[in-house]
Design a protein around this ligand. Structure first.
Ligand code: ATP
Length: 221
């Protein structure tokens, strides 16, 4: 899937966004991946969805951002206290996942230009400023098809970090990052505005701060 939002976001004001989850469950065929989840994901917090490989972290993330319908329970979003329609949630979110594709035929600069024609950049960052902040200036005209796995991951994370969004979903954010890139990831995570709600799916404790609120998916089997 290409990270290509369908909706123009120019009229979306940045406010606090809460996800309200009641008795949420998801199953594939007869197997419950999780159920009975009651939670409120509040602005300004970092949440860590933890659990072993295959336990359901990515599935929960996809249900929370509205890509996958739940099998049970309800999911509501409120924005600055006002209920918002689930179909418009894409206007408020930024996502970085390992299974989200970049556009191979684009150069780095073209990939960013494409994305930010559709989404607003945080703090009106220019494309050149973003590339500099990603430490990828020498690769600005390089095709994505020639990027290493670590460079691709840095681009995916940058698209999420540099998009103006109230909710940021990061699935296994440290994938393929070397030490230097990992430090960059933690720096950008900390630089997100305080009103943002950040949800990280990971079984690597170094990928989220120790102060993150943890949700162990195994508790909801
Ligand atoms: N579309 C699908 N149809 C059927 N089963 C699925 C589907 N998507 C995921 N699953 C199953 O749901 C379970 C949870 O998968 P998920 O990818 O959410 O786990 P995860 O905790 O993110 O794993 P990992 O740490 O390996 O990324 C797995 O058993 C997986 O096979």
């Amino acid at each position: 899937m290409t990270q290509s939002p369908a909706t123009n976001t120019s009229s979306i004001a940045t406010q606090s966004l809460t996800i309200h989850v009641e008795n949420l469950g998801k199953r594939f065929n007869r197997e419950w991946i999780f159920r009975g989840l009651n939670y409120s994901f509040d602005p300004g917090n970092i949440y860590a969805i933890t659990g072993a490989n295959g336990s359901g972290k990515s599935t929960l993330l996809q249900v929370l951002w509205g890509q996958m319908p739940p099998s049970k329970g309800t999911l509501r979003y409120t924005h600055g206290g006002t209920e918002i329609h689930p179909e418009t949630i894409f206007n408020h979110i930024a996502i970085a996942t390992p299974y989200m594709d970049l556009i191979e035929e684009f150069t780095l600069e073209e990939q960013l230009e494409f994305h930010f024609k559709l989404k607003r950049s945080r703090n009106h960052l220019s494309i050149a400023e973003m590339i500099e902040r990603m430490y990828l200036t020498p690769a600005r005209h390089k095709y994505i098809s020639n990027f290493s796995s670590g460079m691709r991951q840095r681009v995916k994370l940058a698209l999420a970090f540099f998009t103006e969004a109230d909710l940021v979903f990061l699935d296994e954010p440290g994938t393929n990052l070397d030490h230097q890139a990992f430090d960059w990831y933690l720096k950008e995570l900390n630089a997100l505005p305080k009103h943002c709600t950040v949800i990280v799916a990971s079984n690597q404790p170094q990928e989220y701060p120790s102060t993150a609120q943890k949700i162990d998916i195994m508790m909801y089997k």
